[in-house]
Design a protein around this ligand. Sequence first.
Ligand SMILES: *[C@@H]1O[C@H](CO)[C@@H](O)[C@H](O)[C@H]1NC(C)=O
Length: 332
Amino acid sequence: MAAKNQVYHSIALLLFSLGLLAIQVTSRTLGDKSIYERHQQWMSHYGKVYKDPQEMEKRLKIFTENVNYIEASNNAENKKSYKLGINQFADLTNEEFTTSRNKFKGHMCSSITRTTTFKYENISVISSSVDWRKKGAVTPVKNQGQCEGIHQLSTGKLISLSEQELVDCDTKGVDQGCEGGLMDDAFKFIIQNHGLSTEAQYPYQGVDGTCSANQASTQAATITGYEDVPANNEQALQKAVANQPISVAIDASGSDFQFYKSGVFTGSCGTELDHGVTAVGFGIDSDGSKYWLVKNSWGADWGEEGYIRMQRGVDAAEGLCGIAMQASYPTA
Ligand SMILES: *[C@@H]1O[C@H](CO)[C@@H](O)[C@H](O)[C@H]1NC(C)=O
């Protein structure tokens, strides 16, 4: 009897242990599967295809690390004023992201002389907030048109100007050695070329092509000059933005910039200018934080429908991410 009881007892224990093991195995598989599934969903959303299983495994690992980073940042005990999100850069390490996205090498071209006249120096900024999108001076987020804002202001018509023409045709002079090119050099090109085509006439292809003289000959917008905003002066930048959208260069290399989703960005970043964007306004958040409204060119999945609100009025004269270092604007 005793022996029989013991057998039952052993069997029960064995079954119990097997059950525990099964639960453990299941929960581990579920955990792995869910990140795996999230990666699969992400891949199909962005149309990602990897060349082989090794690449797939490598990208899944990076994706997992990024998801963990994003979730830890969003759930941090010290609540940040901004949220991060999974976007098209979620399978790239920060190093890959920096080298693949940021072609603008502003800091390498700082020997270029800046203009000294600043036509907005004596104006006083009355509004606490400005948003050029509401005045129709900004085209939808897609590719950044260097002078679309001023074109709308001078002609009343808003056309998405051709960024591809800049990539293909603006290869002379200083710009070539600067990869993405300085905004000022882009402006010089538009002046010398007597204008820039519209997006429709000269669509963006994302790679360096050969300059199509035929397509480039139809000018939709032209500018006669450009001016620089006095450097390292957020007040001067505010005067300028109060009057028109302004081209600015920033350091966009940080992980938090890579995954920025919403809120007023206060993330740590340097002043190694590597990316050209447009300041299209400024304002004050409901909690009192001042920000610059900045239009990026990484599509609508990134940030707030393609835009970022960046902290304004920081201690450093250069501004957050160097936003006040190389601001400039085309003149009509
Ligand atoms: C700003 O005011 C100063 C002093 O009155 C004047 O010398 C300067 O030309 C003005 N600048 C502009 C751009 O109007």
